[in-house]
Design a protein. Structure first.
Length: 246
């Protein structure tokens, strides 16, 4: 996805700052390209068509983006990328097959990137973010979408009937586990003939705090989430998922 696509996004609500510029090294979209192993003054890797979409909540704070922009890369061993790399390595998911993006466009004003996103209170802004997210899904044509944390599933859910019926009113990943809907397949997004598998993961920055509450099949904690991820990943490259558009 191109960052200049955001130039037509429209007005931003109070507390949300537009992103100007792009981090040249590895960084989640829309602050960066969303592609793994990118470097300044080098061509971008190809979009991992029919791969994995990793969907976070919001990119960063205003101060955090400025720091990453100056460094030319997000902190690959930091609280998000570090645990995510370790988890994906354990599940056998190549980072190069992933597109890393966020449900909300824009930055949180100030220096705190955590907590509720100010734009979530603006219904028109939420709808525009959902429409833009759907554009990204259509551009990548993923076989697997992995959400990070509890906020991203609620933004994604209205885009597909199979998710809307089980994720729209959720308040915790523990609730999804209890109802047996942390992994949903098949999911059909508009204008996509290929079905998608969708799974909800603990946000890596808080994984150490929250993963102990996960329950999947006969497992709990870290083992449960790892099995959930492995089952979700097993759908990738399956012949039952249909053809990738030319």
């Amino acid at each position: 996805m191109r960052n200049d696509a955001l130039s037509q996004f429209g007005e931003y609500p109070a507390g949300v700052i537009p992103i100007h510029g792009r981090i040249q090294g590895t960084a989640f979209f829309p602050g960066g390209s969303g592609l793994w192993a990118t470097h300044a003054r080098q061509p971008l890797p190809p979009m991992p068509i029919s791969g994995v979409m990793v969907l976070g909540h919001n990119f960063d704070s205003e101060a955090g983006f400025a720091d990453s922009l100056a460094q030319g890369i997000e902190r690959i061993n930091g609280p998000t990328w570090g645990p995510l790399r370790k988890l994906f390595g354990s599940a056998g998911i190549p980072m190069g097959r992933c597109f890393f993006t966020n449900a909300f466009v824009g930055l949180k004003a100030g220096s705190d990137a955590t907590g509720a996103f100010p734009g979530a209170r603006d219904r028109d802004f939420v709808r525009r973010c959902q429409a833009f997210l759907l554009e990204q899904i259509r551009a990548q044509w993923p076989q697997l979408v992995l959400t990070l944390g509890i906020h991203a599933p609620k933004i994604l859910a209205p885009l597909a009937a199979e998710l809307a019926s089980v994720w729209s009113d959720t308040t915790s990943l523990r609730e999804l586990d209890k109802r047996g809907v942390a992994l949903v397949s098949p999911v059909h997004f508009p204008d996509m003939s290929q079905p998608v598998t969708v799974a909800a993961l603990t946000h890596p920055s808080k994984r150490w705090l929250n993963v102990g509450q996960r329950v999947y099949r006969d497992k709990s904690g870290d083992a449960a989430e790892l099995d959930l991820l492995k089952d979700a990943h097993a759908c990738v490259d399956s012949s039952c998922l249909g053809d990738v558009p030319a």
